[in-house]
Design a protein around this ligand. Structure first.
Ligand code: HEC
Length: 130
């Protein structure tokens, strides 16, 4: 038995112009996937930043392993918006400041990263966390 949504799709596909639309959508989807795959290659700097993020940040920001009451915000696509979840501007300078000073239950990482490591971390955060 086909579910009702499937039957509706089949009915749509009986009309030739909708077939054309379907094929266009499919092609776009395949292109999108290909683009996604191509984009997943990180630069050397981004890859270094990813390592830092995974070792230093992800256990809180993804796993909240300390079960903090203020759940660490999701940093995926953190630079995709004008502001960070807290409302401060989503700029390199602000993110660096938070990382160096700490915030609430987030510890300060002052003195923990070289300038190069900080630049890598920011570069990785700019990828949206791939
Ligand atoms: C011990 C857990 C913990 C670790 C480790 C941690 N964070 Fe956080 N982070 C938090 C919490 C909790 C907040 C929310 C602070 C608040 O708003 O009171 C936060 C906030 C932030 C913010 C600000 C978000 C906003 O909306 O203003 C940024 C940016 C950030 N963290 C980045 C990082 C980066 C990058 C790392 C790794 C270098 C990291 N954090 C490591 C717990 C952590």
């Amino acid at each position: 038995m086909l579910g009702r949504p499937m039957v509706e799709v089949m009915q749509l596909l009986r009309r030739p112009c909708q077939w054309a639309l379907f094929l266009v959508a499919l092609a776009a989807g395949v292109r999108g996937l290909a683009g996604c795959h191509g984009a997943s290659a990180l630069t050397e700097q981004e890859a270094k930043g990813k390592h830092i993020y995974q070792v230093r940040c992800a256990h809180c920001h993804e796993d909240n392993d300390l079960a903090l009451k203020k759940v660490p915000p999701d940093l995926h696509g953190v630079f995709a918006h004008a502001t960070l979840p807290s409302g401060i501007p989503a700029t390199d300078a602000e993110v660096e400041r938070v990382v160096l000073s700490g915030k609430g239950m987030m510890p300060s990482f002052a003195g923990r990263f070289t300038d190069e490591q900080m630049a890598s971390l920011l570069a990785y955060l700019h990828t949206g966390l791939r």
